[in-house]
Every structure is written in structure tokens, then in C-alpha cells.
Design a protein around this ligand. Structure first.
Ligand SMILES: [Zn+2]
Length: 454
């Protein structure tokens, strides 16, 4: 099925790894292998538009590389990831892109890349990125030390990317205000894990989303807000959309399933991510946002760490982290996304069609991967998932393939997991096991958005 609705039918895959045709009762031709999908849903492979494989974070690095992370993605039904390149201040974006492209060579499924800019760049650099298939540009409103840019840079880069068919994605938190709260916490001796969340209140996420909407309105461009985590942020998205701003919002499974209570436990450091986990009631609002279309996509912000690296912290200290600002932030998720969103289908919060749209079609369309990805139409890449709605999957780290020794969903089991996953026609996962190979994945040059100057 696709997001248009579900129907019975067959799919024919051509030797080149594309979908040849679909329809009811396609007759098998001599030499063709027939896969019986009765009782299963046949859906386009998942597109995870927000990952951080092998990302350096201070003295540690996210623990999945492109080979392990994309193998795990495949097992969970995701056949394309779009990872974030970072061009740090003073670094050439195209040089950073070349580094990430090299890192991505061992990927097991297809990979696209976004560009993170940490300062204004000449418009020719934007044009060169788009030329290389990097059509989205992330800007941070937080992390003044290394990543944050001011509103002027955001406006300028929105105008420049808009002229070249690019899309700005925004990390929306008021970084300058958060920095003050963090310094105050440390000065007052409040150094524990839970301060990570107390110093990043939801209202400062909402404020930043509102500001991003205003800047996009002035620039006359679309804008995409990554990892919306809270009701104030969602309200700001709604407000911007209501006055005609083309604002798209992404959320992540951790904000739909986990709450700030996890930070209070003995293993609280394992739940540090940014934006932080919120009070549980925000989850209801986010599910509502998914059902109503206020939230456009579900991605993961996949950025796992080993327990050892979490304890060590980003500061390179012998005794491990000394306060909450040194805990590496990010959660594993690339493997469990499809199932954690499917859980919303089982609980009646969203429809099956919503699930396909949120996890595959919308991210493919938004990020210039359509119609090759996120579609089962003739001509699309044969990235196909045979989804068993009743297959039971445990979410403990040992039952999963992401390269980390802890799971934020440990002890939980979900119904719904892929039976078979194809990447361009080739099986890459079967019954919860990875059957693909490192290096099968290709770098995907993404299309510019329509209306670009060219
Ligand atoms: Zn991220």
C-alpha cells in the first residue's frame, strides 16, 4: 500500500532494482521469484531524514558507523537515511561533505546528506552543495559554543538556499537563554542529569519555533523544524501554518514514547538528548499533531553512544563527566522508528496511511528523494518492506542491531516488525536478521525543490 490507501495487489520488480509494475493479480513470468505477502503489508521502505552516524562529539563519537547504523536501519524497515554533515566554523562545507561521503561508503542502504552550516557562507557554496545533491541546510538556534547562528544569518541563508531550491532545517531552541540557565545551574552546584532538562524548558523551544516561522515568512521560503518535542513548539508550528507559513515539523519516537521521568533514574544519563525528554503529557499533544498533520514527518535523530562513552563524557576527563553539560546527548533509534510509530496505529492514534506518509512518503517528498524513494509506483526504486503487523519484537539492546549496549526501550516489546526488507530489489533484512552487505548502499543525490532559480 501507499499513503493513498490500502488495497490488495502484486508488485513486479525488474532486474535493475526498480518497481516495474503494480496491480491486482500480476501473472508470474518464467524465471521470476514469487514472494507470498499474504497477511503482510507491502509498503515503501522507510526514510529516516535525521541521523548522526559516527559523529564526533567532544572526546567521544556516536557509536554506529555508516555500516552498522544502516544495517540496523534495514532490519527495522528503513532503506534510506539522510545524515547530517557538519561544516564547523572556518571549515569548507564541500570538504566536510567529501569527508561524510567517504564515511558513508560502507553503508548497507542508500544514504543522502544534509549540510549543517555554523556561519554564513557565500551563495556559490549553497549552489555547489545543491549541485552535489545536498538540498537541505541545517541551522542551529542553540549551542552558542560551536553551532549557533544568529537570526541575521538564518534569514540570509534562508534567502540564499531558497533561490537555489534548498530547504533550511532548524534546530529550534533559544540557545542564548539556555546558556544563561546552564551557567546558573552550575554556579549553584546543580550538576545532576535532570538539570539537562530543567535548563532547556519547552517554552524556549516554542519561542524559537515562532522566531523561525517569522524569519521564513520574511524570506518567503518553506522551513522544516527538526525534532519538535513539546506542546509549546507544536503550538508555534500551528500558529505559523495558520498564517500561511510553509512550516514543516518533524518529531522523533523518543518524544512520543519517553518522558523526563527517565532522567531521574540511576541510568538517567542514558536518556540525555536534545531537546530533552518532556513531561509525559506532551506525548498526547504530539500524537494529536501527527494525526492532524501538524507534524509532517517522524525521524530519529539517531545518535547512539555506548554506556562507557556516556559515563566518560565529552570532556575527556579521567573520572568521567563532572556535570550534566558533559554528558554526550543522543539516543539510538534508527532501527526502532517504524515499529514505535506503528504502535500508534495499533493504539488507534494514527491510521496505517498516516504511518506510511510520516515514515516514508513525506520525508522522501520533502527532501528531494521522491519519486525514487517513498513510493511503490512503477519506476520507483524497489525499496520495499513486507511488514508483519503481528510480529512481536523485543526492544532490549541485545535483541537489536544498533551498536550500543543499552536501549531506552529496554523491557518493552512491540507488535509489528518487517518480515522482509528490499533495497533496490535486493533482500537486506529477513525476519529480524540483517542479510545485506556493507557497501551496497549508494549516495543519493537529492533533487532541488521546485521553483528554484536553477
Ligand atoms: Zn540531530
Amino acid at each position: 500500500m501507499d499513503s493513498a490507501g490500502d488495497r490488495r495487489g502484486d508488485l513486479r520488480i525488474a532486474a535493475g532494482g526498480r518497481i516495474a509494475e503494480s496491480g491486482p493479480h500480476l501473472p508470474a513470468r518464467p524465471g521470476e521469484e514469487v514472494v507470498d505477502a499474504s497477511g503482510l503489508l507491502v509498503v515503501p521502505g522507510g526514510v529516516d531524514a535525521h541521523t548522526h552516524m559516527q559523529l564526533p562529539v567532544g572526546s567521544v563519537r556516536s557509536s554506529d558507523d555508516f555500516a552498522s547504523g544502516t544495517a540496523a536501519a534495514a532490519v527495522g524497515g528503513t532503506t534510506t537515511v539522510v545524515d547530517y554533515v557538519t561544516a564547523y566554523r572556518g571549515q569548507e562545507p564541500l570538504a566536510a561533505l567529501a569527508t561524510w561521503q567517504r564515511w558513508a561508503e560502507p553503508a548497507a542502504v542508500d544514504v543522502g546528506l544534509h549540510m549543517t552550516l555554523t556561519e554564513a557562507v557565500p551563495e556559490a557554496v549553497v549552489a555547489a552543495c545543491v549541485e552535489k545533491g545536498v538540498t537541505s541546510f541545517k541551522l542551529y538556534m542553540a549551542y552558542p559554543d560551536a553551532l549557533q547562528v544568529d537570526d541575521g544569518v538564518i534569514l540570509q541563508m534562508m534567502q540564499a538556499t531558497g533561490r537555489h531550491g534548498g530547504l533550511v532545517t532548524i534546530h529550534a531552541e533559544n540557545g542564548s537563554a539556555i546558556e544563561v540557565l546552564r551557567r546558573q545551574a552550575l554556579a549553584e552546584g546543580r550538576t545532576g542529569v535532570v538539570e539537562h532538562s530543567r535548563t532547556r524548558p519547552a517554552v524556549l523551544e516554542g519561542e524559537a519555533v515562532g522566531r523561525a516561522g517569522a524569519l521564513a515568512e520574511v524570506a518567503g521560503v518553506a522551513v522544516y523544524v527538526v525534532h519538535v518535542s513539546s506542546a509549546p513548539a507544536l503550538a508555534a508550528v500551528r500558529l505559523a501554518r495558520a498564517r500561511g507559513v510553509d512550516m514543516m515539523a518533524e518529531t522523533c519516537p523518543q518524544y512520543l514514547h519517553l518522558s523526563v521521568d527517565s532522567l531521574a533514574g540511576a541510568d538517567g544519563a542514558d536518556y540525555v538528548c536534545t531537546p530533552p525528554l518532556r513531561d509525559a503529557w506532551h506525548q498526547e499533544e504530539l500524537w494529536e499533531g501527527l494525526a492532524r498533520g501538524t507534524i509532517h514527518t517522524v525521524a530519529t535523530d539517531h545518535c547512539p553512544f555506548t554506556t562507557a562513552d556516556r559515563r566518560a563524557g565529552t570532556g575527556g576527563r579521567a573520572g568521567g563527566w563532572s556535570d550534566f553539560t558533559e554528558i554526550p546527548g543522543g539516543l539510538p533509534g534508527v532501527e526502532t522508528r517504524m515499529a514505535l510509530v506503528w504502535d500508534g496505529v495499533r493504539r488507534g492514534r494514527i491510521s496505517v496511511a498516516d504511518w506510511v506518509r510520516l515514515c516514508s512518503e513525506a520525508p522522501a517528498r520533502t527532501f528531494g528523494l521522491w519519486p525514487e524513494k517513498g513510493s511503490l509506483a512503477a519506476g520507483a526504486d524497489a525499496d520495499v518492506v513486507l511488514w508483519d503487523p503481528d510480529a512481536c519484537q523485543r526492544l532490549d539492546a541485545a535483541a537489536l542491531h544498533m551498536r550500543t549496549d543499552h536501549s531506552p526501550y529496554a523491557g518493552r516489546a512491540l507488535a509489528g516488525w518487517p518480515r522482509l526488507v528490499l533495497s533496490r530489489g535486493r533482500p537486506v533484512a529477513r525476519d529480524g536478521a540483517f542479510v545485506g552487505e556493507a557497501g551496497w548502499g549508494r549516495y543519493v543525490a537529492r533533487h532541488p525543490r521546485p521553483g528554484a532559480r536553477g
